[in-house]
Design a protein around this ligand. Structure first.
Ligand code: ADP
Ligand code: MG
Length: 720
């Protein structure tokens, strides 16, 4: 290990000013090493360089002011232990009362006649101005203050000030040790600043230009290393040997299906068949294929065909899905066919009883069980296969990658089939899934009724209640999606912070002023009062996964009529009986997301509806909702979404908290991209790098190679 790595990867507790206790608190924020600290991304920036005069300050808004203290600090005791300290301060345009609560030491901080830069919320009532608990820095002519001040996510016991101080310390001694894995050539070709510059300016921006250049560089890094890593994974797969399946007929299975496969399904099954039986390739390697198809396009049956091919050859197949309810649904579907074909199928969940588990372990090891379906319980080390030939994973997001790999490791020669319900644009798909062959199920089964979609505003509210009642009386069920969990919960369940300057001012995720966000908890209560004879349940991300599963199952089995939920509702769940979906604050959702949500209804025979509720006056939101009501094709929607919003939200979706544990790249910066330009640049640069140096063996690429091995946790160097 190089000296610089040792220093950057040393535990945070080795820093001056960090004891054991503080280290533990920092850990909560995900900061374990000096490197983590340097890469700790500010949540937002305060533009304190933009100084306002008091008379220009607007009521209720936060500004920076340059004020001189004009009197003594007086401290008074209110009820209980509450103290309030006040003093007056002024600038050329007027004066203000500055107030601090419970900070009696304030009287020793401010001196009459001295000037400070304040940052805080101004309250104006007639001629009376107040500044409540502002932040402050002494202003001395000769010492310039930073214009942009980073705001970090904090935790109890670790203030922003502490983080700021630690970051500055780390920048001071560790920055010179940061080696830039990107070659000078790629850097200059793409007009990017150095890594050290970018990290420094992320924490202490010289000006707004330096800040945006830096964030751009860091986003580029993520996309660039990601694209390279994907290429390396593909190489690893090239080296593996696969289990060759014998040619067979899938007719016994297709004969059982109550429908005919669509053209796209047939094509997909043929591609899978030639991968697994090796009729196409000269050198046999295992299948690594992703099936991408719009919701409802019928991907499951393709997976079932693949399993059938493996099992017909005398081997085993396993299917892993993210939740228990999905596992149960898939199990029921597989079982309904496989039972008739004499294929032993088992379901393994975390909640499966101990005895049953033991039995399944035995049957799997002996080969008696041919088809195993379950959750991540499948990767338990007690699960041993006699000969695992195929692993199928059904994932909404790209990066269950490591779990997927863990299952595949049960037999290094097994074929891999991934199912994805996100119809992503072609350009993005090539980059994201560069390590996999792609099959597209781009045709819907015949005879599907469109989910009629309408965008409505609040004036329709009373009629909505009637519509809910009507759908339920016709035997249907209703989904209602809210952006927030609870009142005062400004953030929604899946939303990401998007505060830095790369994102446009009014991102679609940002609440518009004056628009109240519907929250699932209150909504379901109010609805229960309004519709007392209906059973209404409520689902959101703060519930335990067992709880979530229970509520979702209850709805799927028709034991509740209305499900009020945040966006956590399971994407793959099939409730054919659901005929109405109402999306509240629809302006807050991206087009693709609306399309995904809408895919929950319209799965049965009955006509289904999707109502997009919004009072937004925003032009962009209006356009999006208009597209949603007129376009029903997932790919077309995904293309439009990418054009309108940039790829950032796509990366945000793929960047969950478990990533640090699961390996892969967390798109902390890339999720802020609002145009495809940077993404294209980064992918092109990766393409070029690989073309010129396929094994990354040239000197200028060696650091890059290390970096990729580290991020992707390749068991061994991806290239030898
Ligand atoms: P998804 O691609 O979203 O996973 P599913 O595989 O769950 O979609 O299929 C959705 C529904 O369509 C299921 O009820 C399935 O039985 C049905 N289905 C699949 N293929 C066809 C087909 N070719 N014709 C008619 N119905 C089909
Ligand atoms: Mg599915």
């Amino acid at each position: 290990m190089k000296m610089s790595d040792t220093l950057l990867d040393s535990p945070i507790a080795t820093m001056n000013g960090v004891g054991e206790k503080r280290a533990r608190l920092l850990m909560k924020l995900g900061i374990e090493t000096v490197r983590d600290l340097l890469y700790y991304v500010p949540r937002s920036y305060e533009n304190r360089g933009n100084i306002k005069t008091l008379s220009d300050g607007t009521d209720g808004n936060t500004h920076a002011f340059l004020l001189t203290v004009s009197g003594h600090v007086s401290t008074a005791r209110l009820r209980g232990n509450l103290t309030v300290s006040k003093f007056r301060a002024f600038d050329d345009s007027g004066s203000v009362e500055v107030v601090f609560f419970n900070q009696p030491y304030i009287k020793d901080v401010f001196r009459e006649g001295e000037t400070y830069r304040f940052w805080g919320k101004l309250t104006r009532s007639r001629s009376h101005f107040t500044l409540s608990s502002p932040k402050y820095e002494p202003y001395v002519d000769s010492v310039p203050l930073d214009d942009f001040v980073p705001v970090y996510t904090v935790t109890n016991g670790i203030s922003g000030k502490i983080i700021d101080k630690l970051v500055k310390t780390a920048l001071g001694y560790a920055l010179p040790h940061i080696s830039d894995p990107m070659s000078e050539r790629i850097r200059t070709e793409n007009s990017l600043p150095t890594l050290a510059y970018a990290i420094k300016n992320m924490h202490a921006p010289e000006d707004s230009n330096a800040l945006s250049r830096s964030l751009k560089r860091l986003a580029f890094d993520e996309l660039f290393t990601f694209a390279l890593g994907i290429r390396m994974s593909a190489r690893l797969n090239e080296e593996r040997d696969g289990i060759k399946c014998s040619p067979c007929s899938v007719k016994p299975l297709t004969d059982l299906l109550p429908y005919e496969l669509t053209g796209a399904q047939k094509r997909t099954v043929n591609e899978i068949y030639s991968d697994m039986t090796g009729v196409r390739s000269d050198r046999f390697r295992p299948m690594s294929r992703i099936v991408i198809g719009d919701v409802g396009s019928g991907k499951t049956v393709c997976a079932m065909m693949a399993a059938y091919i493996a099992i017909k050859s005398g081997y085993q197949a396993a299917m892993m899905v993210p939740t228990e309810i999905l596992a149960r649904q898939h199990y029921a579907e597989f079982l309904s066919y496989f039972e008739k074909l004499g294929i032993t199928t088992r379901l393994l969940l975390g909640s499966t009883g101990k005895k049953e588990k033991e039995k399944i372990y035995r049957e799997t090891e002996s080969g008696e069980c041919s088809m195993l379906i379950g959750t991540h319980a499948l990767i338990n080390e007690k699960v041993k296969f006699k000969c695992l030939c195929l692993t199928i994973t059904d994932e909404q997001h790209r990066f269950g990658a490591l779990q997927r790999a863990a299952l595949q490791k049960k037999d290094d020669r097994s074929h891999l089939l991934v199912m994805s319900a996100t119809p992503i644009p072609r350009t993005l798909a090539l980059a994201m899934y560069g390590d996999l062959d792609i099959s597209r199920v781009d045709e819907m089964p015949k005879g599907r009724l469109r989910v009629l979609t309408y965008a409505l505003d609040e004036s329709y509210r009373p009629r909505i209640l009637d519509f809910i009642r009507k759908q339920v009386s016709l035997g249907g069920q209703v989904y209602i999606i809210c952006p927030a969990i609870e009142e005062k919960d400004g953030s929604d369940d899946t939303d990401s912070e998007n505060l830095t300057s790369m994102k446009t001012e009014q991102g679609p995720f940002r609440a518009e002023k004056g628009i109240h966000l519907k929250n699932a908890v209150d909504y379901s209560r109010e609805l229960s009062d309004a519709l007392p004879d209906l059973k209404i349940s409520c689902l959101h991300g703060k519930l335990s996964s067992a709880e979530k599963d229970r509520i979702m199952t209850e709805f799927a089995e028709g034991r509740s009529d209305v499900l009020v939920s945040t966006t956590v509702i399971e994407v793959g769940v099939n409730v054919p009986n659901a005929t109405l979906m109402i999306i509240e604050n629809a302006e807050r959702f991206g087009l693709s997301q609306i399309h995904q949500l809408r895919g929950r209804v319209g799965r049965g025979e009955k006509q289904s509806y999707c109502i997009l509720m919004s009072d937004s006056k925003g032009e962009n939101a209006g356009e999006r909702l208009r597209i949603a009501t007129t376009t029903y094709d997932g790919y077309e929607i995904a293309e439009k979404d990418l054009l309108m919003r940039g790829p950032g939200d796509f990366f945000a979706q793929n960047s969950d908290n478990n990533l640090r544990q699961s390996g892969g790249i967390e798109f902390k910066f890339a999720k802020l991209c609002n145009s495809t330009e940077l993404m294209d640049m980064a992918f092109r640069a990766a393409e070029k790098t690989i073309r010129e140096d396929p094994e990354l063996m040239q000197r200028e690429n060696l650091l890059l190679r290390d970096e990729i091995s580290r991020l992707f946790r390749f068991g061994r160097a991806p290239i030898s």
